[in-house]
Design a protein around this ligand. Structure first.
Ligand SMILES: Cc1cc2nc3c(=O)[nH]c(=O)nc-3n(C[C@H](O)[C@H](O)[C@H](O)COP(=O)(O)OP(=O)(O)OC[C@H]3O[C@@H](n4cnc5c(N)ncnc54)[C@H](O)[C@@H]3O)c2cc1C
Length: 501
């Protein structure tokens, strides 16, 4: 017998999690089906983390509308859900007459879209705002900002779970069959689910899910962007993102401060057909560094600590022209199925307005009763590095785990790792701990703390070494012991058999 839900949301990225959280305001039985083992393994954890102002999108488009709305509500959302957000502003720098014309056009479009307080500034003001930025002039957007994309997505998902939403991780949707009783049967890589409503929020998988629903006119292409991450100490020199002048379809290679103090450089844009390849080529890294150097000449090889990439799902017409977000219910083909196609940038900024729009479409067709016990608040995870000395002493006296540093680079305590391991979504991967605590993200990239965290996962969750996964379904870290006489795990990395690594 299938598990029966009022609503099954397919995809637990930032958009799916925002939809689940907003739906939990109503008395509904909601399930999120996510193929990965966590909610931030795809596009929602692979982006610039910029809260866009909304000036770069065509006036009247859903992208413009939801971006401006998302930008406005981000301060309140970050307080409510406890994730890091900085309303630091952003500049787009230019040098030529053509650049100025483009910036003036962008500013006018932004004003029409409702972006606030945009202004063209001269070189002196630019240098007051970002001392090292290179440009003769700039457009300044004071209401733009940056957020922690991992923290934001996880916060939405955890708040949804706290409000009764069930998360089913490691469930890839393989087929959707409308039953005669008006209930969809959803086949996954494990069990079957049944739901009155289906929401396709599958990001890069949106085209496939759409086909499963019988909607076959969604042409989606992938655009891959690579990034370089610089050492956290570089963040002191970059108080806000610096962008070049954008084209109609591409924001250009920019340098972005992060809420954690790193600087990220990227992305390039390359059309791809493989939506699962995230490798980064050296030639692309060189290109990123050279391009970004022209607007922020502070990029040094020795500061590069990691690379990553992300892929945008873009909905295009038959001529390959990029379209707006497509969010619809096709009553004629798949009633009670909401189809979200091409949720590319600014999907992170726009996630909650997108979610509210989805629910508006559903409520035009069905009455939902309010959930009287919905709580919009989720407690922010406490972080050792943010505590005053007094608070630190108090915490350590109450619980010695606060006094034990696991990640030395970013000062993450054992207490924080334990909280992350026992997360409400039941995520048990190594990156699950990484994305919730920032451990393994500092200069040494886990060289010191990774094995200690593996031991804690084993101990706390009762897992064997061979059961620990890095991030995805088959990403096992260990295949077994290399010596028969190697001791069983003691939980203490200093006291392991040689073969444990
Ligand atoms: C390079 C880059 C830079 C960006 N920069 C910004 C930015 O600065 N600001 C901004 O606002 N936006 C930005 N974006 C856009 C933003 O990241 C995305 O719009 C947003 O993350 C989309 O969220 P999502 O939940 O739709 O997709 P995802 O995060 O991809 O979530 C979809 C989920 O569906 C799951 N799934 C797929 N198929 C199935 C299936 N068959 N069964 C079950 N689950 C399935 C996937 O595993 C995934 O977890 C950027 C994107 C990229 C790639």
């Amino acid at each position: 017998m299938e598990k029966l839900f009022d609503v099954c949301v397919i995809g637990g990225g930032v958009v799916g999690s925002a939809i689940a959280r907003e739906l939990s305001r109503y008395r509904l039985k909601i399930g999120v089906l996510e193929k990965n083992l966590d909610v931030v393994n795809e596009t929602s954890g692979r982006n610039s983390g910029v809260v866009h102002g909304g000036f770069a999108y065509d006036t009247g488009s859903l992208k413009a509308r939801f971006c401006v709305e998302g930008n406005r509500m981000m301060g309140e959302l970050s307080k409510e859900l406890g994730f890091s957000f900085l309303r630091c502003g952003k500049v787009l720098v230019g040098n030529s007459r053509e650049d100025m014309q483009n910036l003036e056009r962008t500013l006018k479009q932004g004003q029409e879209n409702g972006s606030r307080d945009l202004q063209i500034i001269g070189e002196d003001r630019l240098h007051e705002l970002v001392p090292c930025a290179v440009g003769k002039f700039a457009m300044y957007s004071p209401w733009s900002g940056v957020l922690d994309p991992f923290g934001y997505t996880i916060a939405l998902a955890e708040n949804a779970a706290e409000n009764g939403v069930s998360y089913f991780l490691g469930r890839e949707v393989k087929g959707i069959h409308p039953g005669e009783d008006g209930i969809y049967v959803i086949e996954t890589s494990r069990e079957k689910f049944a739901a009155r409503w289906v929401i396709n929020s599958a990001g890069l998988g949106c085209g496939k899910i759409s086909e499963m629903l019988g909607i076959s006119d969604c042409r989606v292409i992938g655009s891959k962007g690579d990034y370089i991450i610089l050492d956290p100490r570089t963040g002191e020199m970059l108080p806000m993102p610096v962008y070049p002048v954008p084209s109609n379809t591409y924001m250009g290679i920019h340098v972005t401060n992060t809420t954690e103090g790193n600087v990220i450089v990227g992305p390039n844009a390359e059309n791809v057909t493989d939506f699962s390849y995230y490798g980064v080529l050296q030639k692309n890294l060189d290109y990123l560094a050279e391009s970004a150097f022209r607007i922020w000449p502070h990029i040094k090889k020795k500061d590069i600590i990691r690379t990553y990439s992300g892929i945008l799902p873009k909905w295009v017409d038959e001529n390959g022209v990029i379209q707006d977000f497509r969010i619809e219910i096709r009553d004629d083909i798949a009633p009670r199925a909401v189809n979200l196609i091409g949720i590319e940038s600014p999907g992170l900024t726009a996630a909650v307005p997108i979610a509210r729009y989805v629910i508006e479409l559903m409520r035009e067709r069905e009455k939902f009763e309010e959930n009287p016990v919905f709580t919009p608040r989720r407690e922010a995870p406490l972080r050792l590095k943010d505590l005053t000395e007094r608070e630190m002493k108090k915490r350590i006296a109450e619980d010695p785990a606060w006094g034990e540093l696991v990640c030395r680079c970013l000062k993450v305590s054992k207490a924080e790792i334990l909280r992350a391991i026992h997360n409400p979504l039941g995520v048990s991967t190594l990156t699950g701990v990484k994305y919730r605590t920032r451990s393994m993200m500092g200069r040494c990239q886990g060289g010191y703390c990774q094995m200690r965290i593996v031991s804690m996962l084993e101990e706390e969750l009762g897992l064997r070494e061979t059961e620990i996964r890095y991030d995805r379904e088959n990403s096992y870290l260990f295949s077994g012991k290399v010596r028969d006489d190697a001791p069983e795990s003691s939980g203490d990395p200093e006291n392991r058999g040689e073969g444990a690594g």
